[in-house]
Design a binder for this molecule. Sequence first.
Ligand code: NAD
Ligand code: UDP
Length: 344
Amino acid sequence: MQILVTGGAGYIGSHTLISLHEAGYDFVVYDNLCNSSKESLKRVEKIINKSISFEQGDIRDKKSLQNLFKKYKIDSVIHFAGLKAVGESVEKPIEYYDNNINGTLTLLEVMKEYKCKKIVFSSSATVYGDPHTTPIKEDFPTFATNPYGRTKLFIEEILKDLYISDNEYKITILRYFNPVGAHESGTIGEDPNGIPNNLMPFISQTAVGKREYLNIFGGDYETADGTGVRDYIHVVDLAFGHVKALDYLNIQIKNKKPLIVNLGTGKGNSVLDVVKAFENASNKKVPYRIVERRAGDIAKCYADPSYAKEILNWEAKKTIKEMCEDSWNWQNNNPNGYIQGEKK
Ligand code: NAD
Ligand code: UDP
């Protein structure tokens, strides 16, 4: 029996492949490589010392998915595939709805056809909108402020309806907080296209000299130092959360409604905390200047991770120091990401 990992060549997917392998799970990766390359899979193969079954294709392509389900004995799906850039989703809503929602619907149709009823879905803390209080618990109200967030919310609702229609489905929705860091080998990591939107890749590209300075978006939030606070979680911890979610689905008795779980550390770090931790880890200066707030940003967002501990027996272990060290190790060894020697 195999696990289908959609989007497995991407940042979180590639790290999850290692965790799955270590836990003894067999898998096949399906990815259209629109935001990744085969190089990440080659590097995972080196780490796990095993070749990976990979099929290149789009989750909106029904025929291609049917061929995949014909070829492999797929028992469950970890569904990472999707577009994820908030700003881009505002500019290109149709592409986001098509890719993320139509893609998921097509995947669910083919899963149904092949009686595959177990799925772990990558959702996001963005579904909490601007929460009234922190830490954030799973039963907080949900709200989306942009098309990307809405695709996550809609897919969560689609999955809940699917369970109502057939309670043999076993569904886990994982709401990630802010994934950062890289595998300890320094050979796989986050490889954003162009100018990074997210904090950690921007900091590491500044430290390595690719960017002149970091713009800190807002210094007047109601936080201890005035900069935004987030729950940064090491991608290796996050990856292991998927193994625990899968273990749970495999032992879970039928007739259980979709499980919704936060994957975060429960600790909030400000932008300045991260800059400081990164400078210590890399021994490099990260020049910064404080600029206007970024539209749509919130002051504070961090998880109450206690439900993940209770239900999945999972908790994040790695510290902000390790997150920065591993991000730096990846960045320093691969200044141009997976494309060696070329300027991105
Ligand atoms: P990523 O872009 O590195 O990985 C996504 C992968 O999906 C890529 O390899 C891409 O090529 C593939 N893909 C996209 N559309 C596809 C399609 N139509 N068909 C087949 N493959 C397709 O992103 P990531 O950071 O690894 O995120 C994985 C998932 O986690 C996404 O669903 C994302 O929305 C979600 N998530 C990410 C974060 C984050 O900060 N990284 C936070 C919360 C949730
Ligand atoms: N941030 C920043 N400069 C950047 C990118 C991000 O100051 O170049 C801040 C942002 O305002 C937020 C935090 O860093 O407070 C995390 O932002 P990111 O985009 O990584 O994640 P998200 O906004 O999705 O939580």
